[in-house]
Design a protein around this ligand. Structure first.
Ligand code: 5AD
Length: 365
């Protein structure tokens, strides 16, 4: 299998059969390690020769492109109101237990001012698909943040919108957009989403974003319900075709007030493996070690860096709202992932040979 990793490193492409074989090889390595230890599920970054080899290559590629820099993004969760009803998500419309909130533009501006002081040069406005955030509300807000902080990048993560809306937000000054594709298999997409959402629409949004000129991020959940090895292979093939500048992946984590409450969480080891593969397939990509990895494993972020990631997104939302943006159970909100604790985060990354950069951290492809 090491020769398949060599091929990925050298050509940046694998066939579907090669992806399936590689994913299966990682799974059997993970299983083997589990039975050997006979203990709690392992989340170690490099549990066997295959992953150790992959991660070493991935780190070399990252170092060559981005040095030892970890790019930080100040994450502002602007609203947990959402018109969608995705079966996995804790802020789905029909979850009546969710305590809803929405930040006002003035609150968001205050977050960016505080973030700038802390050293952030990218702000991510993320939220559910809340009808309040029309272009008329967002455009002046984006313009205002850009005027206040001309050396900063703005990333939006606000779900599906029309091409015209994406264009207007881009013209107002937004630089990047995150929209995970969630799964690239049509039938699997339909099992995770209500019937009014479709993979075709999601892919059309991603193509529009790229064409308009956004640095675009796609991504998927690892270990989501009903996911097969073939689904994961197709996720990698789709990302190969799309060539996004950013890829966000994280383990699925069940939320108690969703239909998927009884499904198992995804594997941290498998998530790390995909981070390593993504670094080889898309060498210049910006790959976050996501909050979901950090939630399942206290050392998840460092392990993400060791697998090839180069981005973290500390929470910059007003502290009183942080506990409410609950996509899944036990989501981290007040520890090291909080923006106020950058110094501690930096110390932890130093231990794995990386340092936080005060930098926009643009795509270097
Ligand atoms: N577990 C893990 N990730 C989740 N997301 C939503 N719900 C969950 C969950 N239960 C992810 C989706 C979405 C992103 C914002 O959060 O991939 O795109």
């Amino acid at each position: 299998m090491l020769e398949v990793i060599d091929k990925l490193y050298e050509t940046r492409h694998l066939t579907r059969d090669e992806w399936v074989a590689l994913i299966e090889a990682q799974r059997s390595e993970e299983r083997h390690h589990l039975t050997q230890k006979g203990a709690a599920p392992s989340t170690d970054a490099a549990d066997g020769p295959l992953t150790a080899y992959l991660f070493e290559r991935a780190r070399a590629v990252r170092r060559q492109r981005y040095g030892d820099k970890v790019f930080i993004r100040g994450l502002i969760e602007i609203s947990n109101r959402c018109r969608n009803d995705c079966l996995y998500c804790g802020i789905r419309r029909s979850n009546e237990c969710a305590e809803r909130y929405r930040l006002q533009p003035a609150d968001i501006i205050a977050c960016t001012d505080k973030g700038y002081e802390l050293g952030f040069r990218t702000f991510v406005m993320q939220g559910g698909e809340d009808p309040f955030f029309t272009d008329e509300v967002l455009c002046p807000l984006i313009e205002r943040i850009k005027a206040n902080h001309p050396d900063c990048a703005i990333t939006l993560s606000l779900g599906e919108r029309t091409r015209e809306s994406y264009q207007r937000l881009f013209d107002a000054g937004a630089d990047r957009y995150l929209l995970r594709h969630e799964t690239a298999t049509d039938a699997h997409y339909r099992r995770l989403h209500p019937s009014e959402l479709s993979l075709a629409t999601r892919k059309a949004c991603l193509s529009n974003l790229k064409e308009i000129g956004y640095q675009t991020g796609a991504g998927f959940m690892v270990g989501s319900p009903y996911q097969t090895v073939e689904n994961l292979a197709d996720d990698m093939l789709y990302l190969d075709e799309l060539q996004p500048q950013m890829v966000g992946i994280g383990p699925f984590i069940p939320h108690r007030d969703t239909p998927f409450r009884d499904h198992a969480a995804g594997s941290v080891a498998q998530t790390l493996f995909f981070l390593g593969c993504l670094r080889l397939m898309l060498p210049a990509s910006l790959l976050p070690a996501t909050t979901a990895i950090g939630t399942l494993d206290p050392q998840g972020r460092e392990k993400g860096m060791l697998a090839g990631a180069n981005v973290v997104m500390p929470n910059l939302s007003p502290p009183e709202n942080r506990g409410k943006y609950l996509l899944y159970n036990d989501k981290l909100a007040t520890g090291c992932e909080a923006a106020e604790h950058l110094r501690e985060l930096d110390r932890r990354f130093a231990a794995v040979g990386m340092r936080i950069a005060v930098d926009r951290g643009d795509f270097a492809g």
